[in-house]
Design a protein around this ligand. Structure first.
Ligand code: FES
Length: 390
C-alpha cells in the first residue's frame, strides 16, 4: 500500500457491541487488502516487510463470501485496498457484490493501472468513492518517489475521469522531507482535481519506511511550516475541500491513538485472509492471527481472538501507561511501533515522552535524519532492493 491510512476515515464509525463477551461493537468500516502486489515501489510502503505471495491470496469465491459475511454482521463500508487492488482481475465482481449486499465501497488506488473502461465498469458496478495517492506535486518528484515512470500523469488522467463519472474523490499525499516543500502545490493540485478531501499524511516510521528513515524524516522547521500551511489552507478552503493532517510521531507530544486503539474501532483483512487489528500487525512476531479460511466467523475473531484481545482496553498496559491520565485517550499509542523500535509490542510506545526508550530512540533518529536523499525502494517482486542516487 503506497499510502498511509487516514484513520479519521475509520474513527467515527463504530457502535456499541451486542455481545456480553466484548464491549466493542463490530466496526462499521473495514479495510480489505486484496493483494500485496503493487507496481509502485514507494520507499515508505506501509505493508508488512514480508509481503504475501500472490498464490496465497484469497480466491474470488472466498472474497465474495467475506463480503457477504461483513454485510451480515453489520459492517457498512468496505475499503478495497492493497498493494494495488486494481491488479485483481475480479475487482469489478467484488465491487458489484459489495453493492448488492448494501455496502458503501471505496477504492484506495495508485490509479496507474486503471483504464477509463475499467473505471467505468467499477462505477457501473456501484463503486461509491475513489481515493488516489500522489507522491508529489509534479512528475519529477512523484515518479521518483513512487519508482514508476509516467505514473503521475496517469494519476491526473484517472482523477479527471473520476470527476467526469460523478464519483467523489479523496487525494492522499504521503509527505516527507523530500516532498514537503511542495505542500502548497499539492493542495492546489488536489483542488484542481476537484477532490472533496485531501489527506496530508506524513510518513510514519515502521515497516519499510524505517529502512528509509534518514532520507524521509523532515526537520522540525519543515513540520512547523507544514502545520502552518495546512491550518491556513483549512480556513481558506472551509466548505470546499477537507484536509486531514497527520504528523509523524517523532514530532508529536503524545503518541497517536493508533487505529483508534487496538481492537476498538478497526480491523482489516489481509490478502491471505488473516483478520488483523491493523494493517501492519503481522510485523509483530509471536501473535497468532485467525483467518477467514478457518472455521471461525469474523464476528467470533473480532470478539474472542487472542490477537485482538492482547492489547485491547487498558489492562495489558505496563507502567507508566497504567497510571497515566491519557491512557483512555491514546490507548497506549502504536503496538507496531513499540515492537519495531523496542522489540516488544507490549512496551510503552516510544513516541511517548514518558517511555524510558523515548530519548534514546527518537532523539537519535532526529539527529541521524537528513544524511542522504537516496531511497531503498520497495518492490513486490523481491530480490535486491534498488537504491537511487538522487
Ligand atoms: Fe499497528 Fe499502530 S500501526 S498498531
Amino acid at each position: 500500500m503506497d499510502e498511509i491510512l487516514a484513520q479519521d476515515e475509520f474513527a467515527l464509525v463504530t457502535r456499541k457491541g451486542d455481545t456480553a463477551k466484548a464491549d466493542y461493537g463490530i466496526p462499521l468500516a473495514v479495510l480489505v487488502e486484496l493483494t500485496h502486489r503493487c507496481p509502485l515501489q514507494c520507499p515508505y510502503c506501509s505493508n508488512p516487510v514480508e509481503l504475501e505471495a500472490s498464490g496465497k491470496e484469497l480466491s474470488t469465491e472466498e472474497w465474495l463470501r467475506v463480503i457477504d459475511e461483513l454485510a451480515e454482521i453489520g459492517v457498512l463500508q468496505i475499503h478495497f485496498s492493497g498493494g494495488e487492488p486494481t491488479v485483481r482481475k475480479d475487482l469489478v465482481q467484488l465491487v458489484q457484490r459489495a453493492h448488492d449486499v448494501g455496502l458503501y465501497s471505496n477504492l484506495i488506488t495508485s490509479a496507474v493501472m486503471l483504464s477509463r473502461d475499467k473505471l467505468q465498469a467499477l462505477a457501473d458496478a456501484g463503486l461509491n468513492h475513489v481515493q488516489i495517492s500522489v507522491q508529489g506535486a509534479n512528475a519529477a518528484m512523484a515518479d521518483r518517489v513512487g519508482g514508476f515512470k509516467n505514473g503521475h500523469a496517469k494519476k491526473l488522467e484517472v482523477a479527471a475521469w473520476v470527476h467526469e463519472m460523478g464519483l467523489p474523490l479523496t487525494v492522499n499525499a504521503v509527505m516527507h522531507r523530500q516532498n514537503l516543500p511542495q505542500l502548497p502545490e499539492i493542495i492546489d493540485l488536489a483542488l484542481q482535481l476537484r477532490a472533496q478531501r485531501l489527506e496530508v499524511a506524513n510518513v510514519q516510521y515502521y515497516g519499510w519506511a524505517l529502512k528509509n528513515r534518514a532520507s524521509l524524516m523532515p526537520s522540525r522547521e519543515q513540520m512547523d511550516r507544514a502545520t502552518a500551511i495546512v491550518e491556513s489552507a483549512r480556513s481558506q478552503l472551509h466548505g470546499i475541500m477537507e484536509i486531514d493532517y497527520v504528523i509523524p510521531d517523532y514530532y508529536a507530544e503524545r503518541p497517536k491513538q493508533c487505529m483508534g486503539g487496538w481492537g476498538r474501532q478497526f480491523f482489516n483483512i489481509s490478502p491471505a485472509g488473516k483478520v488483523l487489528p491493523c494493517h501492519a500487525a503481522e510485523s509483530i512476531t509471536g501473535l497468532e492471527f485467525d483467518s477467514v479460511r478457518g472455521n471461525k466467523s469474523i464476528r467470533w475473531i473480532w470478539d474472542n481472538s487472542e490477537a485482538f484481545n492482547a492489547y485491547r482496553g487498558t489492562g495489558w498496559m505496563p507502567e507508566p501507561c497504567q497510571s497515566c491520565e491519557f491512557k483512555e485517550i491514546d490507548f497506549g499509542g502504536c503496538r507496531c511501533q513499540a515492537f519495531a523500535l523496542t522489540g516488544k509490542a507490549g512496551n510503552t510506545d516510544p513516541a511517548c515522552a514518558k517511555s524510558p526508550h523515548h530519548k534514546r530512540i527518537f532523539e537519535a533518529a532526529l539527529e541521524s535524519a537528513g544524511g542522504s536523499d537516496s531511497f531503498i525502494y520497495r518492490n513486490f517482486s523481491g530480490g535486491t532492493p534498488e537504491t537511487d542516487k538522487a
